[in-house]
Design a protein. Structure first.
Length: 259
């Protein structure tokens, strides 16, 4: 059979000179020939693959395949996987294609996806054309490599709301206590009096009690030398956070007759 160079690869002259076929029909047949195994006649590309090679929509490909089958250009038969699920159709060329001397038989090869086109493989008439090479290269380039996979962002650490509140509460206590010494150790002792498991109501009550007692102690040691004032850590260890502090306020009463 005389062959000429077509758009995709080496295409039989009888196909190109067939005036009864439309341009879309010729291009779809060419796409099928690109997938045909010359040794056993196997040809079962998916609709999406045919559409990609022919630059046609899915509906157009289906319509063209129906037309080609009615004209006797191709024959279609269903294929099934080992599990009995419907697979891609198998295509065989009609009598016009003299190179297709292998009669169609049910394909029992387990389905492994559309892998019939492999660049550089010897299919007899098929000689690795640049378009198929480019398509294969494009497909490989779209596969993300292990190195190019985007790294998942590290999850943000869960906000320690209780810890932040304890820090703020401690700063208030620190301003009330009359001696500034051993702040880090004092914070640890202070935190131990306000564990998160107590719940907000009891925590607030304990905090008020601690601050109230600190205020009373500060008043009691006013004017005392620093060396005689208790270390904050020791004071906190002796503090009873559940004991309410009663702060008395002085009230001035004007004597009768005073101006």
């Amino acid at each position: 059979m005389k062959e000429v160079t077509g758009l995709f690869a080496i295409v039989p002259e009888t196909l190109l000179q067939n005036d009864e076929l439309t341009a879309n029909e010729k291009i779809v047949v060419t796409a099928l020939l690109l997938h045909r195994n010359q040794k056993n006649g196997a040809c079962y590309p998916g609709i999406a693959r045919i559409g990609k090679l022919a630059s046609l929509s899915r509906m157009t490909v289906l319509r063209v395949l129906d037309s080609l089958e009615k004209k006797g250009v191709i024959e279609r038969k269903r294929r099934f996987t080992d599990f009995g699920d419907y697979d891609t159709n198998a295509y065989s060329m009609g009598g016009w294609y003299q190179g297709d001397t292998t009669p169609y038989h049910d394909d029992t090869t387990p389905y492994q996806g559309d892998t019939t086109v492999v660049s550089g493989r010897d299919y007899g008439w098929y000689q690795a054309d640049t378009l198929t090479k480019n398509l294969n290269k494009e497909k490989e380039q779209k596969k993300p490599s292990a190195q190019s996979l985007p790294l998942e962002p590290k999850p943000k650490p869960r906000r320690n709301v209780h810890g932040e509140r304890i820090k703020a509460a401690f700063e208030e206590f620190w301003q009330l206590y009359p001696k500034r010494q051993g702040k880090k150790a004092a914070f640890e002792a202070f935190s131990g009096l306000l564990p998160a498991l107590l719940g907000p109501d009891r925590l607030n009550q304990r905090f008020q009690n601690i601050c109230g007692q600190a205020t009373l102690y500060a008043e009691s040691v006013r004017g005392t030398e620093q060396k005689y004032i208790k270390n904050p850590v020791n004071w906190l260890r002796e503090c009873d956070p559940d004991e309410a502090a009663i702060i008395e306020e002085e009230t001035w009463v004007r004597a009768e007759g005073d101006e």
